[in-house]
Write a protein that binds this ligand. Sequence first.
Ligand code: ADP
Length: 320
Amino acid sequence: MSEDTSKLLAALGDLAGRASAPRLRDGVASLVLDVTGLDATERAGLERRIRAALVAIPEVADVRIAMHAEKAQRTIIAIGSGKGGVGKSTVSANIAVALARMGRKVGLVDADIYGPSQPRIMGNSDRPELVDRQIVPVRAFGVRMLSIGQLIEPGTAVAWRGPMTGSALGQLMDGDWGDSEILVVDLPPGTGDVQMTLMQKWKPAGAVIVSTPQDLALIDATRAIDLFRKMDVPVIGLIENMAGYECPHCGELSDPFGTGGAEAAARVMSIPFLGRIPLTLPIRTASDAGIPPAAGDGEEAAIFLRLAERLLEEVNLAAA
Ligand code: ADP
């Protein structure tokens, strides 16, 4: 090791772990910095500290830092539904929060161009920052989150065609997801441009379909499942939402949309049935208040944690 290199490494102290090939030539200190897994703010902070440490050496007049990051291996899980209003966004948000509670590093992408609702469900309507032409996700309940709703004015009718949809999706998917290992993508309902583009360009590890138990919702869900299968995206499983309603006054159980339909449909289609979420007032009120029930400690949180566990099991199985 040259004398100059030792001098630079000594000045860096415990920052040296991420630095390699430090050199000093004509008063210019240069090095390569490994920024794998760091987000824009962390990168900028590290760069600042390194500069400060190096310019403190009398021979150093200038500092050049080249950044290098390993491309992160991310598991993309798409959450789809045959039609709107079945609770796909609610399920996406709560699964993301449950995964984060299980210690996973999770990002949530709200790609529902017709009704982006994650800023409301996750209780964070902050505008994300743009750093080096990359959008930096906001954070809520331990989850990094980007929504198409953050890119457009609230209430703007979105009537985009293919290329615009693709570029908006690209901005979200290629945001600065830092060390997120799993990206949960809340898709628009049905089988349109966003689904096709996501599957072609980002190749999800699998797709989860959310359906209510009614026949009509299930017929639509079957179409979504067909599309994923045709595009070689494994269907991780089906979740039945709004199954069974417990009256908050008398405790009587009723089934506004029937029950068990999704489980039977999953069996017929030979896809795993991941679980059932009841129709409950706490899920609706918590979601509307921007506090996903999965972040709490009630009965609902336990349901979403179990679903998230099942989902991970199936993804690992699918990957085996
Ligand atoms: P989608 O994304 O399929 O259009 P949302 O997730 O936006 O559906 O849900 C539609 C409405 O239903 C929201 O008001 C949400 O709070 C409510 N909701 C979803 N799932 C449940 C549930 N299991 N119990 C009670 N309300 C629910």
